[in-house]
Design a binder for this molecule. Structure first.
Ligand SMILES: [Zn+2]
Length: 465
C-alpha cells in the first residue's frame, strides 16, 4: 500500500535531529526522556471530538513521542509526564488542507516571474510558505500542482528536518491537455514556449495519460491531479470547458490504481465534472458550475467534493485592481462572482461528501483557516466544517488511520485555540498551539496570542450571495 510507504516517510524517524524551533520553547519540544521516550500530558480545557461530532469538556491527551497514547476525561498527570497546560484553550486535531500550492504565491508579478525565477527559487520560497501553513495550524496538506516536482523535495526536506512545515502529500505537476489549464505555456510567445509534453504534465490521448501517471511514480509523487476543465488563473479563454475525454480520464485512473495513487480532478464546468466522475476520480476540486446531474452522480459514486471557496472570494476582490491579473483572467473571475458559496450550499444539501481544501497560493499562505469560515457561511454547521478539515479530509486522502482525529494510536497532530471554535469558527484563524507528530512548533503564552504572525482576521468573509 502506497500510503504505508508514505507514512514511514512521514514518521519522525530523525526525531533526535528534528529542529527545536524558535517558536516553541525547547522544554516543550521534549524528545529526550532518559529512556528514549517522552510522555507529555496535554491538559485541554475542551476537546473537539471529530469522530463523534462533540465538544468535550476538560480532557487530557497523553502523547508519547510522536503518537497519542491515550485520551482521558479530566486532568490527569501520570508520574513522569510533562504537563502542557492548555486548560484555557480548546484542543482539536491538527487541521488538514486538501488543496494547496506550497511553491507558488499568486500576485501581480506571477506572470513575469515565470520567466525570471528558476525552479530553485520556487523551492526556496516554498519553505517559508510551508512554515506559515504549519504555524497556522495545518499539520497535513495535499499539494495539488507545482512547477517541476519541487514539492516532492519540499516534502522530503520537511520529513527529514531540513525545513519546517506540514506533512505533505503531493501530486507533483498537474496533468491536463494541450492548451488546457495545466499547460504551462498558455499565453506565451509560441516560438519561445515550445510544445510541452508528458514530463510537463501535458497529455493528449490514453498512451500519454498512462505515461504521465508512471512519470509521477518515478518522480516520487503521492497523488494525481487532473485538469478536466479550464481554469480561472490560466490564460485560456474558458474557465469551465471540458478539456479531457472520458477515455483519457479512465486511462489515468486505471494507471493510478496500479500505483495506489488517488486521483482528483480540477473541474469547474458541468460537463467536465460529469466526465471526471464517470472516469472514476476520487474527488472533484472547485465544482463551480456543477449541475443537478453532477451532484447526483457524485453522490451515487461516492465522489468527494473540495469546494475551494477561498480563491473565489479572494480573487473576486483583486480582479478589480488594474494589473493584478491579465485581462482575460480578470474577466473570468468577475463572471463567476462568488459562485462557489452557492455551489457548496447545494452540494451539502444534496448529501455530497465534503472535505476542506483552500487553494492556498492563490491567496496568501497561512490564511488557510478562512476556508472553514466560508464553509460555515455556505451552510455547513461549524462541527461539519471542522470535520471537513480533519476527519473527512483524512478519509478522502486515505490517511485516517494516521491523522485527522485526536485518538489513541494516531500521530500527535494537535492544535489549540482560545475560546470555542464550534461557537465561533473564525477563532481557528488564530491558533495558539501547534503540535505535529509530537513536536511543538507553536505555543503562544496564554493571553498573548501572536497576532503579528497572523494578521488573519483583517478581512472578513464576503457578503452572503
Ligand atoms: Zn489549485
Amino acid at each position: 500500500m502506497l500510503h504505508l510507504l508514505k507514512i514511514s516517510r512521514w514518521a519522525p524517524a530523525l526525531l533526535s535531529l528534528a529542529p527545536s524551533t524558535a517558536l516553541a520553547t525547547p522544554a516543550e519540544n521534549g524528545s529526550g526522556g532518559a529512556d528514549g521516550t517522552a510522555l507529555r500530558a496535554l491538559h485541554c480545557g475542551r476537546l473537539v471530538d471529530v469522530d463523534r461530532g462533540q465538544l468535550l469538556g476538560p480532557t487530557t491527551v497523553l502523547v508519547r513521542d510522536a503518537r497519542i497514547a491515550q485520551v482521558l476525561p479530566g486532568r490527569v498527570a501520570p508520574s513522569g509526564a510533562r504537563v502542557v497546560d492548555l486548560s484555557d484553550a480548546t484542543c482539536l486535531p491538527g487541521l488538514i488542507d486538501a488543496h494547496v500550492h506550497l511553491s507558488d504565491q499568486v500576485g501581480p508579478a506571477s506572470a513575469v516571474e515565470k520567466f525570471r525565477l528558476d525552479i530553485a527559487d520556487y523551492a526556496v520560497r516554498s519553505t517559508r510558505y510551508a512554515r506559515d501553513t504549519l504555524l497556522a495550524g495545518f499539520t497535513t496538506v495535499r499539494n495539488l500542482g507545482d512547477n517541476a516536482y519541487e514539492t516532492v523535495a519540499l516534502r522530503d526536506a520537511i520529513a527529514a528536518g531540513y525545513a519546517i512545515g506540514p506533512r505533505i502529500l503531493t501530486a507533483g505537476v498537474p496533468i491536463g491537455s494541450t492548451g488546457g489549464h495545466a499547460d504551462p505555456t498558455n499565453g506565451y510567445r509560441a516560438d519561445l514556449a515550445g510544445d510541452p509534453g508528458v514530463a510537463q504534465g501535458v497529455i493528449d490521448g490514453e498512451d500519454d495519460a498512462r505515461k504521465a501517471v508512471r512519470e509521477h511514480y518515478k518522480r516520487g509523487a503521492d497523488a494525481i491531479k487532473l485538469m478536466t476543465s479550464g481554469g480561472f488563473l490560466s490564460e485560456g479563454a474558458s474557465a469551465d470547458n471540458a478539456q479531457m475525454t472520458v477515455a483519457e480520464i479512465k486511462a489515468v485512473v486505471a494507471a493510478a490504481r496500479d500505483y495506489g495513487f488517488k486521483v482528483t480532478a480540477h473541474a469547474h464546468g458541468a460537463e467536465a465534472i460529469r466526465r471526471a466522475v464517470l472516469g472514476g476520480v476520487d474527488s472533484i476540486e472547485h465544482g463551480t458550475y456543477v449541475d443537478e446531474e453532477g451532484l447526483r452522480l457524485m453522490k451515487a459514486h461516492g465522489t468527494w467534493f473540495v469546494p475551494t471557496i477561498s480563491p473565489n472570494a479572494y480573487t473576486f476582490d483583486k480582479a478589480d485592481q488594474s494589473g493584478y491579473f491579465p485581462p482575460v483572467v480578470a474577466a473570468k473571475i468577475k463572471a463567476a462572482g462568488l459562485r462557489n458559496l452557492q455551489t457548496t450550499a447545494r452540494a451539502y444539501r444534496a448529501g455530497v461528501k465534503i472535505a476542506s481544501g483552500s487553494d492556498a497560493g492563490v491567496y496568501p499562505h497561512g490564511e488557510n483557516a478562512r476556508e472553514l469560515q466560508l464553509l460555515v457561511q455556505a451552510g455547513l454547521p461549524p462541527m461539519r466544517a471542522i470535520q471537513a478539515a480533519t476527519l473527512h479530509a483524512a478519509q478522502m486522502l486515505g490517511i485516517d488511520r494516521e491523522t485527522g482525529a485526536v485518538a489513541e494510536g494516531k500521530q500527535a497532530d494537535i492544535v489549540a485555540v482560545a475560546g470555542d471554535p464550534v461557537a465561533d469558527i473564525g477563532l481557528l484563524r488564530r491558533v495558539s498551539f501547534v503540535m505535529k507528530g509530537g513536536q511543538v512548533y507553536r505555543d503562544d503564552p496564554a493571553g498573548g496570542r501572536d497576532s503579528a504572525a497572523h494578521p488573519a482576521a483583517a478581512d472578513g468573509p464576503p457578503a452572503t450571495p
